[in-house]
Design a protein around this ligand. Structure first.
Ligand code: ADP
Length: 207
């Protein structure tokens, strides 16, 4: 939305019902200049125009506009670089990676293909279990395919948020399907997490 459109909304909110002549004079522009802005705001349902009365504010649609914005954002636009280890990495080294890369979840891959996920709780469980973290590989403690919740880059941001909530996980691997030796594999191309969704929310509200 342009700055002028935002000003129009503020004016209508304060002074409804208000005619286009009055809005134009408050903004020191001509009615013709305002026409496209008013058309957009009424078409998107933010303003309501009543003949011979003027413009009213109908707040609900601003929320619809926000929802639409979230739905228009693709996971590939908000995903971050994933932290990755191979399945034979000792648990100790994977924990070091977790600290060095300042993440809570690591994806486990074989030739770039997703095979598992390992997170803070898995490491804590293995510590409580008393395993030798220098010897045991992450492959022994990770959550394995097919139990991994993933998303595709062209899904929208809301889909990722819903999956994170429904499955009570902190992050999701962003994957691309590919065929290798006749078998379907999932190439890891990114990560979307609770932080990515929170960042998006803050960005949208700032705009
Ligand atoms: P934390 O362990 O930091 O609380 P999560 O709540 O994401 O992080 O992880 C809890 C459990 O869910 C762990 O056993 C982890 O392996 C598993 N997990 C994490 N992310 C996923 C995912 N995308 N799909 C399936 N399981 C996951």
């Amino acid at each position: 939305m342009s700055i002028r459109q935002q000003r129009i909304i503020e004016i209508v909110k304060e002074q409804e019902p208000i005619t286009s002549e009055n809005i134009a004079s408050l903004l020191s522009v001509t009615r013709a200049t305002l026409r496209p802005d008013l058309a957009i705001l009424t078409m998107s349902g933010i303003l309501d125009a009543r003949p011979k009365v003027g413009y009213f504010y109908s707040g609900k649609s601003e929320i619809n506009l926000f929802t639409q914005q979230v739905k228009d954002i693709k996971i590939s636009d908000i995903m971050s670089v994933p932290s990755i280890v191979s399945e034979d990495t000792p648990v100790y080294e994977a924990i070091v990676t977790l600290f060095l890369e300042d993440v809570g979840t690591i994806f486990v891959v074989n030739n770039g293909n997703l095979i598992g996920v390992v997170s803070r709780k898995d490491f804590l469980k293995s510590a409580i279990g008393g395993i030798d973290i220098n010897k045991v590989p992450v492959g022994m403690i990770m959550t394995r395919k097919p139990n991994i919740i993933t998303v595709m880059g062209d899904e929208n941001a809301l889909h990722a948020a819903i999956k994170i909530l429904e499955h009570e996980v902190d992050s999701l691997p962003v994957v691309e399907k590919c065929l290798e030796e006749g078998k379907e594999k999932l190439k890891v191309i990114g990560k979307v997490s609770k932080s990515s969704i929170t960042k998006l929310l803050v960005e949208l509200c700032k705009d």
